[in-house]
Structure formats: C-alpha cells, structure tokens
Ligand binder design. Structure first.
Ligand code: PEP
Ligand code: MG
Length: 970
C-alpha cells in the first residue's frame, strides 16, 4: 500500500489522532485531536515526520507521491475554507509551522501569511476593509520568507523596519500607517531581488514548496541540533509540517492572541492561567515588545470568548486527563484553538495537579450546569466536569522520578536571566547530582573543611575524589571533578547526601600547585566564587541567586498512595546516624548498605588508626591497630541501630583495596610516622607493596578478610557488640552482616562461618538475645553464575550492580564516562539504550541477576534478596527489580522517594498489562484467545503469589524440587 504522508483536519473531522505524535508531531497530533472533539480549530493538514526523515535521507528529495498528496490537500483546504490560495479577490492565507514529537520551543521555523502576493494583498485589503492590516501581513510574510526560506540577513530587514518607525516617530508597529507599510513592502522586495537574484515569488505553490522545505531543513539547523543534544532527544528522526488556514489576532480590538495553561504551571492551583495581547499576532507575544494582559481581563473585554475558552479548558482537561498548555487566537470575536499539549510544570505543581485532579472536580456541579445551559460546554461533558478527571493510579503514574529529585534540590532562581546565564557559563560536565550550589573554590578537602568551619560556603574542585576527601566533600556546598562518571566516588557519595555534584568536567585544566583552574579561556583561582547547576552539569562564574523549594503537602499525599500500592520494600544506603535519620525522613524501611570504610575518615584519629592497621608488618601490630578502631565502629553502629529502631540494617565488611587508605604525600607519610613510630621509608615501602595495577580487580572485598581475618573479627565483633548493647537497653535491632565481592561458595563459607563464630561468642559474652543474618553481595559474574551454591552459605543476597555492571561489561565505572555518551547517543549509533551504570542493562547484567535469583531461591527458598548498587534508585531499574522478584531495593536517601514511586508504578503497570491482556483475550478468538489463556494463567499465578506469604510459596517451591540441594544450615 502507498504510504500516506499527509493528514487533514478541519470542519470537525481529522484523519489523524492525538496518539500519533511520532508520526504527526506534537502539534499535528494536538490539532487532529482538538478537531476530533469538536473544538474550533482552523482547517489544515499535517505532513508527516516520515516525509521529513525521507527528505533528509534522500538528498532533500520529497518521497514519491508527496507532491500530489499536498496538492490534493491544498484543494480540499480551499474547499473547506471557501477561499483560494493567491486569489486576487479574497485570498486564503496559511501558516507553515514545524512540530516534532517532542516540544523544541523556538528551535525550528515558522512562516505566517503565506499566499500573499502583490495581487492578493490588494484583495485582502478590500475584503477586510483594512489596508493597514493587509500590508502589515504582507510585510511580515516578506520578512519571514526572505530570512527563513531564502536565508537573507534578518538584521537588515529589521533595520529597515526600525528606520521607518524612527522616521515616523512611531513607537509600536501598530502605529505605522498602511501607506508606509506598502512602501516598506516595496523596499523589502527590491532588497530580495538584489540579494536573491530574482523577484519575490508570487506563485503560492512556489511559496508553499519553499516554506515546507525550509521547515524540513530547520530540523538540522545548528540551534535545533544543539537543543536535541542538550535535552538528550536522540530518538526522533525529523519534524512534521503543519499547513493551516491563517486566522488573525491583529484585525482590531475585537481580536487578539494568547497562551494559557489549564492550571497554574508554577504552583499547580486549579486556576485558568494565561496571557494575551489584543490586536496582535503570535509573534508579538513571543517578541515581548508589549506587556500582555492577564487572561482574567479577557472576561471583561470579550466575555463570550472567555466563556468559550473556559469550556475548552474543561473539555481538554477531561479529554487528556492532564493539565494542558494552549495557544489561541481571537479573530473578530471568534475563538480559534491553535495548539494544545501537555503543559510543562514545576515539580511542586506536578504533585499538586496530580493530587487535585485525582481528588477534586474541575468545577462544581452548579458551575458545570450553568456552562452547559449557556451553550458553551457540550452536555456530554457535564458529568465528567464535576468529577475528578483521573484515578489515584493515574496520578502516581504521572509523576516522574526527576520531579521528586528536583523537588528537594535548590535551583538557580528563575530571576536569573538567560543572558546572564549565557554570559557566566564556564563549562559543562556530567550532571551527577541535581540541585544548585554556589561558593568559593577550594582545591583540597582539608581547606574545604577549614573554610566551612568558619562559615564559608565552598565548592570543592578535585581531579577526582577518594575516601579521604569525604570530610571535605561533606563540608562543601557542591563538588566539581574533572574526571569520573555518574557512579564515580564523587557522584555516589554526593548523591548519598543529595549534594550538588558535577563530575567529568573535562574542560577544566586544574593546577593544584598554583591553586587555580583554567577553562575555556577563563582562569578561576582558589577563593573565586562559582555556581554549579547539578541538574544540567553547568558551571557558572560568580554567585547566582538560588531558591530552595519546600515540598508541598500534595507530595506527602501522593507518596502515601504510592506506598499503599507497592510491594517492593525500599531501603537506603546510609553510613552514619545522620544519613539514617535523613533516610527515614525520606521513607526508607531499613538500611540496605552501610559502607563501613566511610567511617574511617570521620576524624584524624580514625584515619591514623586505619593507616596504622594497614602499614602493620605483623598480625599482632595489626590487631593492636584494629583494637583502636573497634570502639569507634561500635559507637557508629549503635547510632545506626538506634536511628533505625529495629528496622533491618545491612552492614558491609571492608571493601576497597587497602592502598586507597594510605598516605599520598610525604607530609602525610610523616604525620603517620609521627603517630605510629613506623619509619617513613617503611610506610613508603608498604605502600609500594600494596600497589596494584588493577586495584578494582585486586586485593579487595572479602579477599581482604581471607588474608587478614582479624579485620573480619574486629568488624563482626563491633557490629554484634553494638547490636547487643542496643538490645540490652531495651531497643530493637535487626543486624545483617554483608560480605562483599564474593566469587566462590567455599570462600564465602569460610568467612560466614567465622562471622557467625565471632557473633555467637559476643552474644554468649553479653547474654543478649539477638537474631542476625549473614549474607553476601552478588557483584561478580561468577557469584551470579554460581548463585545456587552461594545461596547455601548466605541468608541474603544483595546485588552490587555497580561492580556487577563493571565486571560483566568489562567497563570501568570510574572511566567509562569518557566514551559512554557516544555509546548512548542514537545519532551516533546508539549502541546502548542508556548508561548501564545508571539504568541496569537488562539484556546482559539483568539476565545474570534473574538467573541468580532463580538459582538462589531454588537452593534456599527463604533467601532474602535486594539490590544496593546505584540502580536501586533508578526508576526503570526499580521496575526491573520488582518484576525479577526482589524483596527490596536500596539507594541513597534522597532517591528513596524516587524508588518508592517507581515501585508503585511497577505494580500499576503490571496491573494495566494484565488488564490489557485480559481485554484482548475476551475480544479475539483464535490466536488471541490462546495468548490470553497463557497470560491469564500467569496473572493468576502472580495474583496468588501476592496474596500468599512468600515463605509459604518458597516452601512449596522447595518441596516441588526434589533432589535439589537444600540449605547447608541456618
Ligand atoms: C556495588 O558494587 O554495586 C556496590 C554497592 O558497592 P560499591 O559501590 O561500594 O562498590
Ligand atoms: Mg561494589
């Protein structure tokens, strides 16, 4: 069948539908939908995105048949409008506008008033009895066509208009009389003749072809391509073109044009919100030369139009079930709708709108009745207008994880102008943690701590960060690194605190000796101020105004609904009692990962004791140093247990390679020597011994405890002593000791046995009653592949998907940021759908995860399973974890609400899929019915699993797997 490239709309009928954004673009789909529901939309047609994609793929040639289709639709449009393009008596004029599937405001081209010529302008003047309007329209068309289609200099034409105004002493365009506009048109045309080497085209078909090609070409204009890159729009292939009958807001004081939102987009109140200009065209609103009126003023100036617009508002909210952003024009007292799309809103408004749409009607019954009675609102909308327009599930599904993250982070104030931002921009890095921060630049963690202690706001600038920078990172308002990706140390740690962080800002050339960095020609010295926008990755010179939003009450309402819907538990990755309290505030139900190594840098004493342990030559010396660390750890764990008040707390034994803790400079080695009595040379020799070519694959994780079991002894003792102490004070505790980086069941058995021995000894010593679990992280491919054996030694699995991704893909989590953007850019091949360190790679790593869950549960049905890699806070990955049957996800405290929401959305989406499959099954016999029987069986199984306690399900599973290994012991 021949491909259709053009879709008409008008006179109450539309060939397209609102759901066809990918084909018709957002604007085209909106026009089709509005026409279909009976709103007053000027007639026209949409040329598809596919036609544009063909144009670019075939040396700017139209696809076969497009010309005939357009000619046919022009004829149809002329019939609908009862006017002809180029008619010398009463011409049809059209607009030619771009419209991609995703909004790209102002990035592509528009041509208005097409169809005017030397002959038709006279006809327009006569038929409207308004020569000024006709010549002004021609002037605008000449100007747009010359610059947009032919590429003539914009400034020269603007200059001519400006000079004319000066000559006439006119401030505004509307003050220029018709004769002067006629002269200006002649001037524009001779400029065109001179520059383009031919007369201005008078044939409307030639004009139309030129305009359509110009809109197609504007898809690849530099500003549009840059916008797509910045906004990460990589999945679109072109723009649609909308050709539509012109309606005029500039024909007098009974005309106008405006934009409005069906609710207030900045705070979300149920108020019709918008602005308009009387006697103006759309471009005047955009140009900002006149101050627009508030929409409410339309009520007194044109009450009928306002009533009609209110009815449109109600119809569109009911129809789309969401807040809409509308464009309209009033021509001689008649309302026309030119655009509708889902409106952009602040995160606070997103929550308020979702909750109010799910709980409150758009208007009272009496008001709805009155509107119907007056004939503005069609009767069929009466019922819906006085009811909530969406369900609670729809409200939950509507909110994006980003809305939550943005809700809590300070932002650069909207008062800061675009020009100021452009003028101050220094560089762009990777937007690791959203929010904005400003402060004085420092280049070392120590300096950050010192200045912060004096109340100075600082931004810590490092090449990359390491555990010893943690104090300075904590003290800083924001963190900027030259290298690293979104799971680098800086990003992970900063995310845990919700602290603004930009990583991988490669344009920085840092000179630590002279304490300055240069970037794109500017030099920033220690003490100079910068502002970071962690949401965009942009670095600005100086201090910019920031705003800190308060979460609205609707946030708490919606999160309560989400908690009622989800089945997956959500824990937090937290290392300190403060983190734990923050996590609870954000709704965490436990701690899924406490990285104990972070505790060793809280004070100089701890750091020195840790370093003393590492440089120790003998086991006795090591134990002596560990004994110094034990009380610190015990106190930290008591704080964590108390803060979590009986909720599960997973504490991981030491994980990073030891050399990460060693002194880096001679001065630091000297400090350690003074504290321990070990000679500087011996410290340096030990550092050399510990050096590894590939430390992430080296002597780390549980391998450390195989070689130095006394580390395990100390940490296990500290954890269990802390737990017993809390128990003895009457508190509740649920400790879970986690062994990192396991690769083998026997390796784990040795360590788990030793952990349990220490634990039992402490419990016997203290006489406390205590239950605890010993489990492992699954973060190596071998552990995932041998999960069945490993499960026999472990009471829980926690997937460490940062390392698991790194090792499965063979990509360094710290360095891959250099080339991953290219891998994720569809324009450049799109090898990966998303950065695998942010969104779990379901095809590869995900397969290992599901296999490991199946094997683990088969061997040990009671196995508790969670995830604690960064993916635990990524919405798509959380949904995967739900589907894979995990018990919980764990993520940084600030991402806990994001995970709670995604877990609820996972349930809603699964329910919708089931309902969809069931509906398909009841509709179609044959193949459809076969498919639905399978799906029904599946959904019944899932429904049963939901209502049956997991323990019972697992026991049955164990029974039904005779001959399978059972758990070694508990
Ligand atoms: C992981 O590897 O996913 C993990 C949580 O451990 P870390 O990030 O500390 O290596
Ligand atoms: Mg790890």
């Amino acid at each position: 069948m021949k491909q259709k490239h053009v879709y008409s709309f008008g006179a109450g009928k539309a060939e397209g539908r609102g759901g066809q954004k990918a084909l018709l673009g957002g604007k085209g789909a909106g026009l089709a939908e509005m026409t279909g529901i009976g709103l007053p939309v000027p007639a026209g047609f949409t040329i598809t995105v596919d036609a544009c994609a063909h144009f670019h793929a075939h040396g700017q040639q139209w696809p076969a048949g497009l010309e005939q289709e357009i000619r046919k639709h022009v004829k149809q449009l002329e019939r609908t409008c009862r006017k002809r393009l180029g008619d010398a008596k009463d011409p049809l004029l059209v607009s030619v506008r771009s419209g991609a599937a995703r909004s790209m405001p102002g990035m592509m081209e528009t041509i208005l008033n097409l169809g005017l010529s030397d002959a038709s302008v006279e006809g327009l003047a006569r038929v409207t009895d308004n020569p000024r309007f006709a010549w002004d329209s021609y002037r605008r068309f000449l100007q747009m066509y010359s610059t947009v289609v032919v590429g003539l200099n914009k400034e020269v034409l603007e200059g001519k208009l400006h000079a004319l105004k000066q000559r006439l002493g006119a401030k505004l365009d509307v003050e220029i009389p018709a004769d002067a506009l006629r002269e200006l048109c002649a001037d524009f045309k001779s400029f065109f003749q001179q520059q383009a080497g031919g007369p201005f085209p008078q044939d409307p078909w030639e004009q139309l072809v030129g305009a359509i090609n110009a809109v197609f070409n504007s898809w690849n204009a530099e500003k549009a391509a840059t916008y797509r890159r910045v906004e990460k729009i990589a999945d679109l292939s072109g723009t649609a073109v909308n050709v539509q009958q012109m309606v005029f807001g500039n024909t007098g004081d009974d005309s106008g044009t405006g934009v409005c939102f069906t609710r207030d987009p900045s705070v979300g109140t149920n108020e019709f919100y918008g602005e308009l200009l009387i006697n103006a065209q759309g471009e005047d609103v955009v140009a900002g030369i006149r101050t627009p009126l508030h929409l409410a003023e339309l009520q007194s100036k044109m009450p009928q139009v306002y009533e009609q617009l209110e009815a449109v508002r109600a119809m569109l909210e009911i129809h789309y079930g969401d807040m809409q952003d509308l464009e309209f024009t009033v021509e001689r007292g008649k309302l026309y709708m030119l655009q509708c799309r889902s409106g952009k809103r602040t995160p606070a408004a997103a929550f308020r709108i979702a909750v109010e749409q799910a709980t409150q009607p758009l208007m009272g019954k009496a008001e709805a009745k009155a509107r119907v009675k007056k004939g503005f609102l069609p009767k069929k909308y009466l019922e819906a207008a006085s009811k909530p327009v969406i369900s609670k599930d729809q409200a939950i599904a509507r909110i994006a994880g980003e809305d939550i993250e943005r809700l809590f982070s300070p932002v650069i104030s909207a008062r800061v102008s675009r020009d100021e931002l452009t003028g101050r921009r220094l560089a762009t890095g990777i937007n690791a943690v959203p929010g904005a921060a400003c402060g004085k630049v420092v280049f070392s963690a120590r300096e950050a701590e010192e200045l912060a202690a004096d109340g100075v706001d600082v931004i810590l600038v490092r090449k990359e960060t390491s555990p010893e920078d943690v104090g300075g990172m904590q003290a800083a308002k924001g963190i900027l690194t030259q290298t690293g990706g979104k799971t680098s140390h800086a990003a992970v740690v900063a995310r845990g605190w919700g602290k603004c962080c930009i990583v991988g800002c490669q344009a920085l050339d840092i000179n630590f000796d002279s304490r300055q960095f240069s970037v794109n020609g500017a030099v920033v010295r220690a003490g100079d101020s910068v502002t970071l926008d962690g949401s965009t990755g942009e670095v600005y010179q100086g201090v910019l105004d920031l705003d800190r939003p308060e979460p609205p009450s609707e946030y708490f309402t919606l999160m309560k609904w989400a908690d009622e819907r989800r089945t997956l538990k959500v824990r937090a990755n937290a290392d300190t009692p403060d983190d734990a309290r923050k996590a609870l505030e954000m709704g965490a139900e436990g701690i899924g990962l406490c990285r104990t190594e972070h505790m060793f840098f809280a004070t100089a004493e701890r750091r020195l004791a840790m370093q003393e342990m590492i440089v120790a030559d003998t086991q006795e010396a090591r134990i002596r140093a560990l004994d110094k660390l034990l009380p610190y750890q015990r106190e930290d764990f008591i704080g964590l247990f108390e803060a979590m008040d009986g909720r599960p707390v997973t504490i991981r034994l030491l994980d990073p390679p030891l050399h990460e803790f060693l002194p880096k400079t001679r001065a630091q080695a000297q400090e350690l020597s003074d504290a321990t009595g070990v000679a500087v040379e011996d410290i340096e020799r030990r550092a050399e011994q510990l050096h590894e070519a590939n430390p992430m694959l080296g002597h780390r994780g549980c391998r450390l405890c195989i070689t130095y079991p006394e580390i395990l002894d100390t940490q296990a003792r500290a954890i269990i002593e802390a737990a017993c102490a809390v128990r003895q004070r009457g508190g509740a505790v649920t400790p879970e000791i986690m062994i990192p980086l396991t690769i083998d069941a026997k390796e784990l058995r040795i360590l788990a046995d030793r952990t349990r021995q220490v634990a039992e000894r402490v419990i016997a010593e203290t006489g406390a009653k205590l239950k605890y679990l010993v489990g492992t992280m699954i973060e190596t491919p071998r552990a995932a592949l041998t999960a069945g054996d490993i499960a026999l030694e472990s009471e829980f699995f926690s997937f460490g998907t940062n390392d698991l991704t790194q090792m499965t893909m063979g990509l360094s989590r710290d360095d891959a940021g250099r080339f991953l953007p290219e891998y994720c850019d569809t324009a450049r091949g799109g090898i990966f759908k998303a950065d695998p360190f942010q969104t779990l790679d379901q095809d590869g790593v995900g397969r290992l995860v599901t296999q490991a869950i199946t094997a683990g549960r088969r061997a040990s049905p009671k196995l508790k399973i969670g995830i604690c890699g960064e993916h635990g806070g990524d919405p798509a990955s959380v949904k995967f974890c739900h589907a894979a049957g995990m018990d919980y996800v764990s993520c940084s405290p600030y991402r806990v609400p994001v995970a709670r929401l995604a877990a609820a959305q996972a349930v809603i989406e699964a329910d919708r899929r089931r309902a969809g499959t069931a509906r398909a099954g009841s509709r179609a016999p044959g193949a459809g019915a076969r498919k639905s029987r399978g799906a029904d069986a599946n959904s019944a199984r899932r429904a049963k699993a939901r209502t049956t306690p997991r323990r019972a399900v697992r026991t049955r599973a164990a029974k039904s797997a005779p001959g399978k290994k059972t758990k070694r012991r508990r």
